[in-house]
Design a protein around this ligand. Structure first.
Ligand code: NAD
Length: 263
């Protein structure tokens, strides 16, 4: 299926690693020009090199997406380099796992800033450039936590529910400008962090490895497809929604989750 993404300009926040990296590489495989907007300059530059090795163009812009001024600078750098912005994927996020009563106000502010406020910042920054052109696609990475809630992640769950609500409201606001906005919700995904943790326990062996395997089996049993998704599973949906093949889809929330939550 031809996605018509060749030479389109796609900004992917949080693409120095994990799901964002897979999204950035998949855009590159489709011939898009990719802007990596991430706090981690070293890892971001490495992803830019991977993209160039695939024969596509890439720009790494060190950005703290919790700051509107930095989001504005990043969008300007994208336009200065590539002339326009066709796609924004809001993927950057971070979380702290803890029971609500053990969380501090600083924990709340951190999660709300990086999971929700960041989406507002980068969206505001790119709309400046998309609205005059009367076209654009925004894909927000939510989470099944925002749809069904996750224990020990109540503030993150709330922030991600906020991302879903924002997606719907904004989709109604900007449809008249030719801009489409959707949300993609992963559930637990086998990013390099999880693969790394698995290796660590395997090397430890003994009780630690047995306990880890037991815990993972219990988690995986909650998934009708009996496996965790990969970053590539999420990237496939994101790139589809950013393509011309999704020109009549807006304001939607789509989970990529092996059937974990059916909402
Ligand atoms: N991994 C999962 O199991 C899972 C499940 C559901 C939803 N998600 C969502 O998918 C997205 C990607 O998750 P992941 O597991 O790949 O994350 P990750 O931690 O592997 O990568 C997150 C990236 O965001 C960057 N980042 C963090 N704070 C930033 C900031 N202030 N400014 C700019 N960049 C910043 C990090 O440097 C990193 O490169 C997130 O939105 C997350 O909430 C992930």
């Amino acid at each position: 299926m031809e996605l018509n993404l060749k030479d389109k300009v796609a900004i992917v926040t949080g693409s120095a690693m994990g799901i964002g990296r897979a999204i950035a590489l998949t855009f590159a495989e489709e011939g898009a020009k990719v802007v990596i907007a991430d706090l981690d300059e070293e890892k971001g530059k490495a992803v830019a090199e991977e993209i160039r090795a695939k024969g596509a163009e890439a720009l790494m812009v060190k950005t703290d997406v919790t700051k509107l001024a930095e989001a504005n600078q990043m969008a300007k750098a994208a336009v200065d380099k590539f002339g326009a912005i066709d796609v924004l994927v809001n993927c950057a996020a971070a979380w702290r796992i803890n029971f609500f009563m053990q969380m501090t106000e600083e924990d709340w502010d951190f999660e709300i800033a990086v999971c929700y406020r960041s989406v507002l910042n980068c969206t505001r920054a790119v709309l400046e450039h998309m609205i005059p052109r009367r076209e654009g696609k925004i894909v927000n990475i939510g989470s099944d936590a925002g749809r069904v809630g996750e224990p020990n992640q109540p503030v993150y769950s709330g922030a991600k529910a906020g991302v879903i609500g924002f997606t719907k409201g904004l989709a109604k606001d900007v449809a008249r400008h030719g801009i489409l906005v959707n949300a993609v919700c992963p559930s637990m995904t086998r990013t390099e962090k999880i693969v790394g943790m698995e290796k660590m326990f395997e090397e430890q062996g003994g009780d630690a490895w047995a306990a880890y395997q037991d815990r993972m089996q219990k988690i995986v049993r909650q998934y009708p497809l009996r496996k965790l998704g990969t970053p590539q599973d999420v990237a496939n949906m994101v790139v589809f929604l950013a393509s011309d093949r999704a020109n009549h889809i807006t304001g939607q929330t789509i989970s990529v989750n092996g059937g974990y939550a059916m909402v």
